[in-house]
Design a protein around this ligand. Structure first.
Ligand code: MN
Ligand code: MN
Length: 318
C-alpha cells in the first residue's frame, strides 16, 4: 500500500440524495491534483472518430450520471476498492472537436502528464479512437503491454475512408507501432459481418488470440478469464472495453451495434476473473447516450468500470 492517508470516498446516499450533489464518477471528489491518487477517472468526450452513429461525445457525462447510484462495496467479490485505493474524478480532456488528429495528440499529451504519477487511469469514452493515443503514452512508461480488448469489432482496419486514424483502426496501429505485445493480446466478443471472410484472421497471424462471440455463446466466461489471466500474468496489462461487445439487448446505446453479443453476467464474470493481473490502465468506450433512452447502457458502463476498479492491484477481495 502506497500511503496510509485517509482515502477519498464516494459521497454516500444517506448523506446527500443520489439524484443530487456532484456529477463526478460515483460522486467521488473532483480534483486536478494528481498527487497521492491511485486511480484517476477521466472523461474523453469525443465522437469525431465514429463511422456510423455518433453521440459518444456525451458518453462520459451520462456514465457519470448513472454511476451516482453505485455504492462502494462489491457484494459478491467483497472487494472494497475505496478502503485501499485513493480515487478521484479528474474531469475531461479538452479535445478539439474539429480535428481528430489534433485530438489524438491532445490525449497522448494529457496521458503523458498523468502517467508521471503512480496511478491507474480509467477513461470513459468517447469513441474507440482514443485508445491509440493512450497506448502510445502507456508504452513510453511500461514498454509494450498485454492487451485485453473486449469488443464486437476487431478495430484493425488499415484505413477508413482513406484515414489511418479512426475508431476502427486503433489496434492495427498499436500492432504496427509496437505498443502492444502481439502474443499477449486477447480480442474477445468479435462477431457480425465483415469486409472479407479473413477479417479476424489477420490479427491471429500477428499472434493475437481472437475469441469470436459464437465460441462463448451460452457459456460461463470464468474458464476463459482464467486462461487469459494465466497467459498475461507476467506483463503489465491494459483493458479496453467497448460497450458494443455486449448484445444490443443489454447495451443498445452505442454507435455500431452487432447482434449476438455478450450478456451482462458474462461481462461481469470476465472482468472479475481477471483479478490479480497487473492492470496499468482501462477504458470503457462507445457509449452513445442519444441511442440510450432508458440510460441502461450508461448504467451498465458505469458498473463495468466499477468492476474493473474492483480488480485493480491492491484491492483486497475474499
Ligand atoms: Mn471498438
Ligand atoms: Mn465495437
Amino acid at each position: 500500500m502506497k500511503n496510509h492517508q485517509p482515502k477519498n470516498q464516494p459521497l454516500g446516499g444517506n448523506v446527500h440524495p443520489r439524484f443530487s450533489g456532484p456529477g463526478t464518477f460515483m460522486r467521488l471528489p473532483s480534483t486536478d491534483d494528481l498527487k497521492g491518487l491511485d486511480v484517476a477517472f477521466l472523461g474523453i468526450p469525443m465522437d469525431i472518430g465514429t463511422s456510423w452513429r455518433s453521440g459518444t461525445r456525451f458518453g462520459p457525462k451520462q456514465i457519470r450520471a448513472e454511476s451516482n447510484m453505485l455504492r462502494p462495496y462489491n457484494m459478491w467479490t467483497k472487494a472494497a476498492p475505496f478502503d485501499h485505493l485513493n480515487c478521484a474524478d479528474i474531469g475531461d480532456i479538452a479535445i478539439n472537436t474539429f480535428d481528430l488528429k489534433d485530438t489524438v495528440i491532445r490525449i497522448a499529451s494529457f496521458y503523458e502528464d498523468l502517467l508521471k504519477y503512480p496511478l491507474v487511469p480509467m477513461a470513459m469514452g468517447g469513441d474507440h479512437t482514443l485508445t491509440l493515443p493512450i497506448l502510445r503514452s502507456i508504452k513510453k512508461k511500461y514498454g509494450p503491454v498485454a492487451l485485453i480488448h473486449i469488443d464486437a469489432h476487431a478495430d484493425i482496419n488499415d484505413e477508413m475512408f482513406g484515414e489511418k486514424i479512426a475508431h476502427g483502426t486503433p489496434f492495427r496501429r498499436a500492432y504496427e507501432e509496437g505498443l502492444i505485445d502481439p502474443n499477449l493480446v486477447y480480442q474477445i466478443g468479435v462477431r457480425g459481418t465483415g469486409y472479407s471472410a479473413r477479417d479476424f484472421d489477420e490479427a491471429r497471424d500477428w499472434g493475437f488470440k481472437v475469441i469470436q462471440a459464437e465460441e462463448i455463446w451460452h457459456k460461463s466466461l470464468l474458464p476463459l478469464g482464467e486462461r487469459v489471466k494465466n497467459d498475461l500474468r507476467h506483463s503489465p496489462v491494459y483493458i479496453s472495453f467497448d460497450i458494443d461487445s455486449l448484445d444490443p439487448a443489454y447495451a443498445p446505446g452505442t454507435g455500431t451495434p452487432e447482434i449476438g453479443g455478450l450478456t451482462t453476467p458474462q461481462a461481469i464474470e470476465l472482468i472479475r476473473s481477471l483479478s490479480g493481473l497487473n492492470i496499468v490502465g482501462c477504458d470503457l468506450v462507445e457509449v452513445s447516450p442519444p441511442y440510450d433512452p432508458s440510460g441502461n447502457t450508461a448504467l451498465t458502463a458505469a458498473n463495468i468500470l466499477y468492476e474493473m476498479l474492483c480488480i485493480l492491484p491492491n484491492v483486497e477481495s475474499k
